[in-house]
Design a protein around this ligand. Structure first.
Ligand code: NAP
Ligand code: ZN
Length: 418
């Protein structure tokens, strides 16, 4: 289907054909797949996708890393860093027009009525629906075609989404850079904003990957002094080019000791389970100084409980952000020309990208799929048969009820730094 041929009458009556990149098992061997999106409802927007960023969360989901809290359903179509152009709108749409540059992040619906939704904190709504792997909550705003399936994400040609979950991308901001702002940018911006950091604050980012690089750039533009904590010094020059003033190699006892007591907010993006408590020795004596876990391993679940049980906890967590903050962070990025460092790749390279992310994102890039240029009927019909599945290491410390409770007990009873 050519995007230009999509007619309002047709999209309102018929399901919308789309190609997507899907995997059938936790081996993450992606292949093109044809599916359909729901016909355009009155409040819906049809997006012709241009690009989609690849978040490490996509890998966790596709590889079923956290099956202990809900197994991944296959086929799985990840992607929650969408960027494209509006090519059609439903009859009741008022906030979006054809031709607008639009982004979609991690959410495609929430109840829109609870206190959290009214406060623009849709990520805390009990009826929120994820862009992929979610189920419509009964409102029909995240319904699939045929109805009742799980949601399919942004590795796709066409997306149908409720207008309230569309983010306006300023026209002077490059679309290829916009997707990563929808998740990586937001996930770093939300805790920076909530912790009220600014001039006089010292923020450290642990792990310089997709989230980490956006965290450094955003904290810098908010006026903070920024340091990076990384596994080795190979990313030091890059960290400085992003605006970091300090750089600490986590395995160096001398460098850790030199940074002790100097940092007000630590944003820890490491995707796998590790000794995160060691970083608390770096926290300053300022009231409210804290380490926020963002990576999806059992530590983040434990941090959520510990933070609720003990309001002075030095460990906390954060999960994405709401729609108003997503709009705010893309506007901020456009205003200050903050862009993620990306590599645009054809969809046929997705397996390779998963290998790179699983190896630790050693090139500190956000990989972005060239959807419009490479997810085509031709790709689908001639998809190479010899693409190897990604090489993925076994996961340790994944999120499960038992794992989180044990970690929580350890934090509360044994860890002196939390
Ligand atoms: P990424 O691009 O793969 O970067 C992760 C970085 O962590 C790497 O560049 C590396 O930095 C460091 N790292 C990787 N493996 C490590 C290991 N074994 N030990 C220590 N450090 C390691 O990942 P991302 O897309 O930024 O995502 C990071 C994590 O945040 C993932 O778990 C993702 O699912 C999660 N996430 C959470 C939210 C949320 O709302 N909480 C939202 C989005 C993503 P160095 O080389 O500098 O050490
Ligand atoms: Zn993400």
């Amino acid at each position: 289907m050519e995007s230009e041929d999509v007619q309002i009458q047709e999209t309102a009556l018929r399901p919308i054909d789309t190609l997507c990149m899907a995997c059938d098992t936790s081996a993450c061997d992606f292949k093109p797949m044809r599916l359909q999106r729901r016909p355009l409802g009155p409040g819906d927007v049809l997006i012709r996708m241009k690009y989609c960023g690849v978040c490490h969360s996509d890998l966790h989901k596709a590889a079923d890393h956290n099956s202990g809290i809900g197994a991944t359903e296959y086929p799985c179509v990840p992607g929650h860093e969408l960027a494209g152009v509006c090519i059609d709108v439903g009859t009741a749409v008022t906030k979006v027009a054809v031709g607008d540059h639009l982004g979609v992040g991690c959410l495609v619906d929430s109840c829109q009525e609870c206190a959290q939704c009214k406060a623009g904190e849709e990520q805390h709504c009990s009826k929120k629906v994820g862009t992929y792997g979610g189920k419509d909550n009964g409102s029909g705003r995240a319904e699939t075609y045929p109805p009742g399936r799980q949601t399919y994400g942004g590795y796709t040609q066409f997306m149908v989404v409720d207008e309230n979950f569309c983010i306006h991308i300023p026209k002077d901001y490059p679309l290829e850079a916009a997707g990563p702002v929808m998740c990586a940018g937001l996930t770093m911006f939300d805790p920076l904003k909530k912790h009220g950091v600014g001039p006089g604050s010292h923020v450290a980012v642990v792990g310089l990957g997709g989230l980490g690089q956006m965290g450094v750039k955003l904290a810098k533009v908010l006026g903070c002094k920024v340091s990076v904590i990384s596994r080795s010094d190979r990313k030091k020059e890059y960290a400085m080019s992003c605006g970091a003033e300090g750089f600490v190699v986590s395995g160096s006892a001398e460098q850790m000791a030199a940074a002790a007591g100097t940092i007000d907010l630590i944003l820890n993006t490491v995707p796998s389970y590790h000794d995160y408590c060691q970083y608390n020795s770096l926290l300053s004596k300022k009231a409210g100084s804290k380490q926020i876990l963002l990576g999806l391993h059992k530590g983040i679940g434990a941090a959520m409980i510990v933070e609720k049980c003990c309001c002075h906890s030095k460990i906390g967590m954060s999960g994405i952000g709401g729609i108003p903050n997503t709009q705010e962070v893309i506007d901020l990025c456009a205003k200050h020309d903050i862009r993620p460092d990306i590599k645009i790749v054809p969809v046929a390279e997705i397996n390779q990208v998963y290998t790179w992310l699983d190896e630790g994102n050693n090139d500190n890039l956000r990989y972005v799929l060239d959807i419009e240029g490479t997810l085509t009927d031709e790709t689908c019909d001639n998809y190479p048969k010899d693409i190897a599945p990604p090489t993925l290491a076994p996961v340790t410390g994944s999120i499960s009820v038992c794992g989180v409770l044990c970690e929580c007990l350890w934090l509360l009873c044994c860890c002196k730094s939390c």
